[in-house]
Design a protein around this ligand. Structure first.
Ligand SMILES: Cc1cc2nc3c(=O)[nH]c(=O)nc-3n(C[C@H](O)[C@H](O)[C@H](O)COP(=O)(O)OP(=O)(O)OC[C@H]3O[C@@H](n4cnc5c(N)ncnc54)[C@H](O)[C@@H]3O)c2cc1C
Length: 251
């Protein structure tokens, strides 16, 4: 963490957007904005009147090209301490304590040469979205594929934007899998990530690519294992786990 990232600052909630029934995006204006690397996160700290504090990490969803503000996309965990507060109490105009950007391992900078494989489960899409938005902003044309596992169609975060990015020239190829319920006529996958699926997803990328996997622990571990089984060197695979081990793939 650089010195300016360690210091807490008071952000202003500029807007709040519903992404899915359980997920909202918060746009925060930052007095000490600093360019982030896609994949990095901010910490949020809440302080109660009696001085009790709770702190959680949230990945940056927005691209670094957007100056002065960041987007954080948060899934509401029903019995959680912090995410229900953000969902149910916070309103535009509120002030909130944050620090960042933080993280130096799960980060990606577009280099226009190396193909990119992104694998997400549930809210694990958030840091990968920052990568896709950055990729689009700088016009990176190296091949990119996203494999995104969600429970149901309604749980897919950023669905329309992902479609829109995919339609663009040199846009990423987006593969969805729905692990619980799928709508009639659904053309994507309908199962957990497996060997066959992984083979199809990596096929357009050629032999060498960088991989970022983010989501619930079990999804991250099984996706990384499938890749290694397919001969991908572990050094090409970076992972980030959100929350506790969760048997339900897709968050
Ligand atoms: C580097 C990093 C980046 C992150 N980025 C994001 C992000 O972009 N968006 C986002 O929504 N979350 C993200 N998280 C998770 C986030 O930090 C919190 O853990 C999450 O919001 C739950 O906090 P809470 O206070 O609401 O629940 P807590 O009070 O921490 O937990 C309440 C209960 O829910 C369980 N629980 C906690 N997290 C989960 C989960 N993910 N799934 C299922 N059960 C859970 C706990 O075991 C506990 O039983 C990130 C975590 C890390 C480490």
């Amino acid at each position: 963490m650089s010195p300016s990232s360690i210091h807490w600052q008071i952000a202003t909630v500029k807007s709040i957007r519903n992404e899915t029934p359980r997920v909202k995006t918060f746009t925060l204006g930052l007095p000490n904005w600093k360019r982030h690397q896609p994949g990095q996160h901010y910490d949020i700290r809440l302080t109660a009147e009696d001085g009790y504090q709770a702190q959680r990490s949230y990945s940056i969803a927005s691209e670094p090209e957007r100056k002065g503000e960041i987007d954080l996309t948060v899934e509401k965990i029903e019995n959680g301490e912090v995410s229900p507060y953000l969902h149910d109490v916070l309103v535009p105009g509120d002030l909130i304590e944050v620090r960042g950007p933080i993280g130096g391992y799960f980060v990606w900078e577009a280099d226009t040469k190396t193909p990119l494989l992104l694998i997400a489960g549930g809210s694990g899409i958030v840091p990968l979205m920052a990568m896709l938005r950055h990729r689009a902003a700088i016009g990176d044309n190296a091949p990119a594929c996203l494999l995104y596992s969600s429970r149901t169609f309604e749980d897919i975060i950023y669905h329309n934007e992902l479609e829109e990015l995919q339609q663009r020239e040199n846009g990423p190829k987006v593969f969805h899998t729905l692990t619980r319920i799928h709508p009639t006529g659904w053309k994507g996958y309908t199962r957990r990530i497996d060997n066959e699926m992984m083979k199809e997803v990596i096929q357009p990328l050629g032999p060498t690519f960088q991989t970022f996997i983010c989501g619930p622990t079990l999804l991250v571990e099984s996706a990384a294992e499938e890749l290694v089984r397919l001969g991908v060197p572990p050094t090409q695979v970076r992972t980030e786990r959100f929350g506790p081990s969760n048997p339900a793939q897709g968050g």
